[in-house]
Design a protein around this ligand. Structure first.
Ligand SMILES: NC(=O)c1ccc[n+]([C@@H]2O[C@H](COP(=O)([O-])OP(=O)(O)OC[C@H]3O[C@@H](n4cnc5c(N)ncnc54)[C@H](OP(=O)(O)O)[C@@H]3O)[C@@H](O)[C@H]2O)c1
Length: 305
């Protein structure tokens, strides 16, 4: 598995009190040992985070995983050498960090099942469940524990995730650093102060890969309509997205500057951009992200019903 380097390029909402860059420490546990991490749920997110951690040199012996799916558990044990358990409590017992990596609709049951152990052990809880608030996790666990809510995105599978994090006041700066390091194993991780912004994060970077795929589909269809063979259009556009993304991440320049640099007045690119603007391109994107943000808040509220 290839892993992109975790570099923070431009961040618009970094919290002052949260650690902004965290170097890989051989040990950050009070007794000098590596923190033990339990993944509850053994699906895509667990697999990508475990792969990232192991690739960074985190010993597999410090990682335990539980999940209902025997096939997924077995493949994690085979691929990474981590300990696997059928029972969530067995994985969570004695772990310093619990990563709750199950679907939002089963998180309540999982938290209630782990509640007594959470009160006893007071681990750092990291929840990746989309739309589940910190308050919901606290309530379902019924424990005064440190909770970090995270929203990664699917490129985590390639080590190129964009993750936003926020924490409750119980989380110490060392625990925030641990959570940040977890997600930096698969990309970049930035803090937001205001948890309500997690709905915007979900609507932006969480859903963002799908927006890019939709743009690619539209470009591909347009190029094909102009006669370009499908396979050529597909390869050229995919590489264009990769190249443009790398320029955004690596050049230190913002999108507007990069756009202007490839747009000669009166030229070919300017002609297309003029059409996009006239068709309400920006307004449409703003409307889509606002609608997705509102939908995220709505789904989140339903979890309390
Ligand atoms: N995928 C992403 O890129 C992404 C991005 C942001 C946030 N998230 C969030 O991350 C969470 C996990 O997503 P995912 O894509 O990894 O989902 P996933 O692939 O479906 O993995 C979830 C796993 O949890 C297992 N599970 C179900 N009930 C369980 C229980 N009671 N105890 C333990 N494990 C149980 C499932 O087993 P079965 O196979 O038996 O059902 C499944 O293997 C979700 O809450 C999602 O909202 C995902």
């Amino acid at each position: 598995m290839a892993h992109a380097s975790a570099v923070v390029y431009r961040d618009v909402h970094l919290s002052a009190q949260r650690p902004q860059t965290v170097t890989q420490a051989p040990s950050d546990h009070p007794d000098g040992t590596m923190p033990r991490i339990a993944f509850i749920g053994s699906g895509n997110v667990a697999r990508s985070l475990i792969g990232g951690l192991v690739a960074l040199g985190v010993p597999a012996s410090t990682i335990a995983v539980s999940g209902t799916n025997a096939r997924l558990r077995a493949s994690l044990a085979d691929d990474f050498g981590v300990r696997v358990h059928r029972d969530n409590q067995d994985a969570a017992r004695d772990a310093d960090i619990w990563v709750l990596a199950v679907k939002p609709q089963v998180l309540r049951v999982v938290c209630e099942e782990l509640s007594a152990l959470a009160r006893e052990q007071r681990p750092l809880i990291v929840s990746v469940a989309a739309g589940i608030t910190i308050a919901q996790v606290e309530r379902w666990l019924d424990a005064d524990v440190a909770v970090v809510r995270a929203m990664p995105n699917t490129p985590a599978l390639l080590g190129a995730s964009a993750t936003a994090l926020c924490a409750n006041p119980h989380a110490s700066s060392a625990q925030c650093a641990q959570a940040q390091r977890l997600f930096e194993a698969v990309g970049i991780a930035l803090w937001v102060d205001d948890e309500t912004l997690m709905d915007t994060v979900t609507a932006t970077s969480g859903s963002g890969p799908a927006y890019v795929f939709a743009l690619v589909e539209a470009m591909q269809a347009a190029a094909q309509a102009q006669g370009l063979p499908s396979s050529i259009a597909q390869a050229l556009i995919a590489q264009t997205i990769l190249g443009a993304g790398r320029m955004l991440c690596e050049s230190g320049e913002d999108a507007a500057t990069l756009r202007l640099r490839v747009t000669s007045p009166g030229g070919v690119t300017a002609e297309a951009l003029k059409c996009f603007e006239a068709g309400g391109f920006r307004e449409l994107i703003a409307k889509g992200i606002a609608a997705a943000t509102a939908r995220g808040a709505e789904l989140s509220a339903q979890n309390d019903a």
